[in-house]
Write a protein that binds this ligand. Structure first.
Ligand SMILES: [Fe+2]
Length: 172
């Protein structure tokens, strides 16, 4: 008897297309989304710079840096996608307007042509900003108990710290 009742209630739930709610409310994710958007804007400008450095680097370190920048923009591209999709998971939309992205980003474009060493220093400066923005997301996620965002960004931080060590060693 009990089994039958359960079956009926399961069927009626399915027919109404009501699903168990996952995740958090808009209010709970507001701070996380603000931090994710800031990280995303900075990451997008950083990506653009890496592409430009990859194309425009010159000098005896050309092959080394050309490849290193490519490796970084590929990682950056994947991380940008993960961040934007995390914002969608929360039911909101990531910034798609380039003008707003530039305004929101603390990382700025480099105007003039610069040497390979200056490019690496520029990347290291960007890393500091990105690391701060990532920390903001982690803190907001921890405050809400959002383990998935915290874990995702912590992984990005680990990658960034490793590349920071490599570029710093290269500069010495
Ligand atoms: Fe290329």
């Amino acid at each position: 008897m009990e089994i039958t009742q359960n079956k009926i209630s399961e069927k009626s739930i399915n027919s109404k297309k009501t699903y168990k709610k996952l995740g958090f409310t808009y209010l709970e994710t507001a701070e996380i989304v603000v931090a994710l958007k800031q990280l995303l804007a900075n990451y997008q400008i950083h990506y653009h710079k890496l592409r430009s450095f990859h194309w425009n680097v010159e000098g005896p370190d050309f092959f080394e840096l050309h490849e290193a920048f490519e490796q970084d923009y590929n990682t950056t591209k994947e991380n940008i996608d993960e961040i934007a999709e995390r914002i969608r998971v929360f039911g909101l939309k990531p910034l798609s307007d380039l003008k707003e992205t530039i305004e929101l980003s603390e990382i700025k474009e480099t105007k003039k042509s610069i040497s390979g060493l200056e490019m690496v220093r520029e990347i290291l400066k960007d890393f500091e900003i990105l690391h701060d923005k990532m920390l903001d997301v982690v803190n907001a996620a921890l405050g809400t108990g959002d383990n998935a965002t915290e874990q995702m960004i912590s992984e990005f931080m680990g990658e960034l710290e490793k590349r920071n060590w490599m570029y710093t060693s290269w500069c010495k």
